[in-house]
Structures are given as C-alpha cells and as structure tokens.
Design a protein. Structure first.
Lengths: 169, 127
C-alpha cells in the first residue's frame, strides 16, 4: 500500500495532532489544486489531479483513529483479516446488540463508548514509534475489538466521533 | 453502496429471523464476528437424528450484505444434511447475492457461521 504518513510528511505513529493533519492537507492540496493547472498541458493536469486525489485519500486514512491504526498495521504487514474474536467477547457483543435492538441499550452504549476509548488509548501505546514488533499482536486485537464497539455505536445511532483539533495528540 | 435486488429483498423480507433453544441437544449454535467491520452473526440449526437440518434461524447485527448472506444460508441449509451444509461456499453466497468485492467478507462470515453451528452440534452429539 502507499504510505499515507509519507504523503503528508508525518511520522508513522498512531498519536496524531488532528489540527496539524488538516493544515498539512490544506497546504499540500493547494499546490496541486486543479485551478492552478487549468491552463496546463493535459498530462500535467492529470498528474496534479492524481496527486490531489492521493493527498485526500491519505488524509481520510489518517483522520479516523481506527483507519489510521489499520494503515499502520498494513505498513507493518499486518491485517485484522482472519482474526477471531474470543467467544466470550462475541457473546457480550450479541447481548449488547440485542439490548439496543430492544430499545434497552443505554448501558450497552455507555460501555461501548468507554471500551472504544480504551481501545484507542491502547492503540496509541502499541502503535507508537519504537513500540516494536511484539506490540503488533496486541494492536491487531485492540483494533478488532474497537471495530465491534464502533459498529455497535453506529447501529445505536451514535454520531461518529468528531475529535476536536489537538484532542487526539 | 448500491445493493443488488436480492440483497434488498433479504433485508426487507429476512427469512428465518430469530432464535432456537441453544440448550436443546439437537440445536447447533454458531456465533461469529467480522474483524474488519464489527458485524455480529448468530446462526442456529436444528438437526434431526438422521443428520438433516430441519430448521435454521439467524440474528445478524451488521450491514445489509451480512443480513442477506445469513438470511440466504438459513434457506439453503434447510433440508440438507450437515455435510451438505458444510459444502456451501462463500463464493456461492457472494455470487447469488451479487456482492461487490468489498462485501465478500460478509459471505465469508456466513460460511464461518454454518461451520461454527455444525461444530457446536457435533460437539453436543459427541461426534
């Protein structure tokens, strides 16, 4: 895969200043903006358009903490595909989903929010520069669990988390 | 995401939604989860003494493709022997529902659920 961190000139790390991320996108996207190439020869225009698309794709891959963790794991040659969540974890997920479907899911939602935040903290730790290869198994496990919590919260109608600038530092 | 007509049909009219008694020795329960998206799928089968699946139920919490895949396999496994059910492949499910590449994992999940349900039934039977 292409390296979204390199595309935006960032170190490969889970912890990230979102305001800085947005600023980097703005600065770099400006240089390849289609308006600046409207009178350029077609091949150059196409190159600029591709570069612009790549910058926005990199930004998307890094903005969401779970997508960012997935990108870091992919760069390390790891993936959540094939990971099997523990049976007890799935039982708990099923019970929580059923409670939400019954309209009785306030507790399930709250615990999912807390658990998701916990997973994100763990990912920041395990996917820090220098955390080492040994931390990757834990990071895969934390990302898988986070996906279930995030999926539950989406199903429960929770708005997607919109982190404040700098909050995710 | 544009769902195929078949997916839409299963989502709007899901077949065999619900639960069987997990404590019943003739019932096998498969509970699986998709690590990439967090979908949860429960598939249950009731198997006759002759090893034929008489009833199937599912509960899926996830996207339309996952719901359709599990709904479809509850229809497919009914009347088959457990061995025939194990032969159902995710590719057949994906083809039947015209799932796009990004949704193939939903059909994989349905196949996993069949295998988990049969394994649970076999474990109970001591086979």
């Amino acid at each position: 895969m292409t390296d979204p961190f390199a595309a935006l000139g960032l170190p490969r790390a889970q912890a990230l200043d979102l305001a800085d991320l947005d600023r980097r996108l703005r600065e770099r996207a400006r240089e390849v903006h289609p308006d600046r190439f409207s009178r350029a020869p077609a091949p150059e225009r196409a190159r600029a358009a591709a570069a612009s698309a790549a910058l926005h794709a990199a930004h998307r891959a890094l903005k969401d903490p779970l997508a960012r963790a997935e990108a870091l794991l992919a760069l390390a040659g790891r993936s959540v595909q094939g990971a099997r969540p523990a049976p007890e974890f799935l039982e708990a997920q099923l019970a929580a989903r059923e409670a939400i479907a019954r309209g009785d899911g306030a507790d399930a939602r709250e615990s999912a929010r807390v658990a998701l935040a916990g997973c994100e903290r763990k990912l920041a730790e395990l996917l820090a520069p220098g955390a080492g290869v040994a931390a990757l198994d834990g990071a895969v496990a934390a990302l898988v669990e986070a996906r279930f919590h995030a999926s539950l919260l989406r199903a429960a109608g929770d708005p997607p988390a919109t982190p404040r600038p700098g909050q995710d530092r | 995401m544009n769902y195929s007509d078949k997916v839409v049909d299963h989502v709007e009219h899901p077949r065999n939604v619900g639960s069987l008694d997990a404590q019943d020795p003739a019932v096998g329960t498969g509970l699986v989860g998709a690590p990439a998206c967090g979908d949860v799928m429960k598939l249950q089968i009731r198997v006759s003494d002759a090893g034929v699946i008489e009833e199937a139920r599912f509960k899926t919490f996830g996207c339309g493709s996952a719901i359709a895949a599990s709904s479809l396999v509850t229809e497919w496994v009914k009347g088959r022997t457990v061995e025939q059910a194990l032969a159902i492949s995710n590719r057949e499910v994906a083809e039947e529902l015209a799932l796009p590449p990004v949704k193939i994992h939903c059909s994989v999940l349905a196949e996993d659920a069949i295998h988990a349900a049969v394994a649970d039934w076999k474990r109970k039977k001591g086979k």
